[in-house]
Write a protein that binds this ligand. Sequence first.
Ligand code: SAM
Length: 319
Amino acid sequence: MLPAPVWETNLGRLHEGDCLSLLPKVADNSMDLIFADPPFNLGKEYASKMNDSVADSEYLEWCRAWLGHLVRVLAPGGSLFVYNLPKWNLALGPFLMERLTFRHWIAVDMKYSLPIQGRLYPSNYSLLYFVKGPRPKTFTPDRVPLKTCRHCGGELQDYGGYRDKMNPSGVNLADVWSDIPPVRHQKYKDRKANQLSLKLLDRVVSMASKEGDSVFDPFGGSGTTYIAAELLGRRWVGMELDCSEVINRFSGLDSERKHLAEIHRNKNVLFTRDALEKRAKNGHADRRFRTELSIERAKQNGFSPEIKHTEMLSQFRLV
Ligand SMILES: C[S@@+](CC[C@H](N)C(=O)[O-])C[C@H]1O[C@@H](n2cnc3c(N)ncnc32)[C@H](O)[C@@H]1O
């Protein structure tokens, strides 16, 4: 059994210490979703003062040691996500392929260092997605808004005659995620480097777990996984060498809740609110897309949502 947590909420328990010593105390098959974002061995300085610059072979051996435990504690049908540089995930993939079922290599589009002479500009992180057993017990991916011009709100791709056939809840999520904002560029960043975006964790937690499920992250950092789990009603277990940033972050849970509500406003919709406003101003509004808003308005005005969209739009403007 795990020792007493240093911090807990109604849903979560946070354990301070080395995950390699704590992990043997976690029961087999007990976690429905595991997210791991370890240090990348790039020589960064962490609050915990851990050594983030060791030989490649030592780093990979260490990763395989904790990954072995993660495989053991993952529940059947549970999902494991590992966020790392492509270089490390490439080397760790075969270890996981032998033990779990591969689902996806998700490329998270983000520039992560300065351009290096003689190399391509590194601009994606790898998010490995595996499940225990043949298929995931929960798979409810977000739908994402259409890409639109940030000036006029016009769609960037030509959807031709398919506009009115598009799902009003948005486009299918792909395995390249280009809509994850770097934390340093937004107002919620108030902690040290390596905090992941709440949008990323909201997406992962919503996709691969249900309310009441157990979510586990052995590398807490500033606690983004725990915040997402807490706000989405999942039980969670955390581990971190130095838990002060996580505890501190939970003191601002209300502002995290507001941030999540903002993220949710633009989730599972065909157009973001911002794009809808720009489209209305720039005359793009009454193209033939169905949107939640147009359907809602039609319903309020006595039209069934099944009504031909063109008819509906002749009566109502989109915005
Ligand atoms: C990349 S950060 C995680 C950031 C986190 N995903 C977030 O969004 O805030 C990695 C974290 O792992 C912690 N860590 C490193 N080695 C550890 C170990 N052996 N046991 C527990 N935590 C460890 C570091 O202190 C660091 O905070």
